[in-house]
Design a binder for this molecule. Structure first.
Ligand SMILES: *[C@@H]1O[C@H](CO)[C@@H](O)[C@H](O)[C@H]1NC(C)=O
Length: 233
């Protein structure tokens, strides 16, 4: 089984395409400024936040490296009605170069969000660490924290909000565990290299990590008054 997974993984790396086949079932491909403005206005009308990722012309290595995390995040939020996503390929979208978004100003890829507060100009991504932006945004939790904060939503919270059935069942199962057990479980999940897992298991691993981090934080605060992790609840 492991050999099969490794083989599948090597094939997908060798192909090195930016998006999985079903990516544009969850994401709109934006071709010009009018289309972007219309999507922003639609999002504002529905009280949504639109996240847009620009990739360079031609495909830049940093864009390729960050792509799997973006792809997993948009897929994970596919059923969340508060957020929508768009992709821009600058080789095919001349009118989306330059002002006011200045793609590439902070490196590749460029990710911005648009909602009622930002209007069609959108807002910059604000970095959380001293890493390069694309390295920081390769971390699934950083990417999802950003979407949750800017989108004023949550992927899945401990009360079950926006969670899928599997997450709800999992929360019920692990909620009763002790702090030490939870920390051990979380450590095991973080020790796995998600790139070596098949796609559906990748997402499930990443979703459970977040649940465990939230539960650990909640229990730590309850038992000791403070938390050792920076993850927001
Ligand atoms: C962007 O468009 C160019 C030109 O059509 C194409 O060669 C390239 O593969 C596209 N990149 C992505 C990420 O879709």
């Amino acid at each position: 089984m492991k050999i099969l997974f490794t083989f599948l993984w090597i094939c997908s790396v060798a192909r090195a395409t930016m998006y999985p086949d079903d990516h544009f079932d969850f994401v709109t491909e934006i071709k010009d400024r009018d289309q972007l403005n219309e999507l922003v206005n639609q999002a504002i009308k529905k009280s949504q936040t639109l996240f847009v990722r620009w990739v360079s012309d031609p495909d830049h290595a940093d864009c390729l490296r960050q792509a799997p995390t973006w792809n997993r995040a948009v897929r994970a939020f596919a059923d969340n009605k508060k957020v929508v996503f768009g992709d821009i390929n600058l080789s095919e979208a001349d009118t989306l170069k330059g002002a006011p978004h200045w793609p590439s100003r902070y490196g590749w890829p460029t990710i911005r969000y648009f909602n009622r507060e930002t209007g069609v100009d959108g807002a910059d991504y604000e970095q959380k660490t001293n890493q390069k932006m694309h390295d920081e945004l390769r971390d699934f939790d950083v990417m999802v924290d950003y979407i949750e904060k800017a989108g004023n939503t949550v992927l899945c919270d401990l009360n079950g909000k926006h969670c899928n059935k599997m997450e709800k069942d999992y929360i019920k199962l692990v909620k009763k565990k002790s702090l030490d057990e939870l920390i051990l479980l979380r450590k095991r999940l973080y020790a796995m290299d998600v790139n070596l897992l098949v796609k559906d298991i990748q997402e499930w691993n990443l979703r459970r990590r977040r649940i465990l981090s939230k539960l650990v934080k909640q229990k730590e605060i309850k038992e000791t008054g403070k938390s050792t992790t920076g993850n927001e609840l």
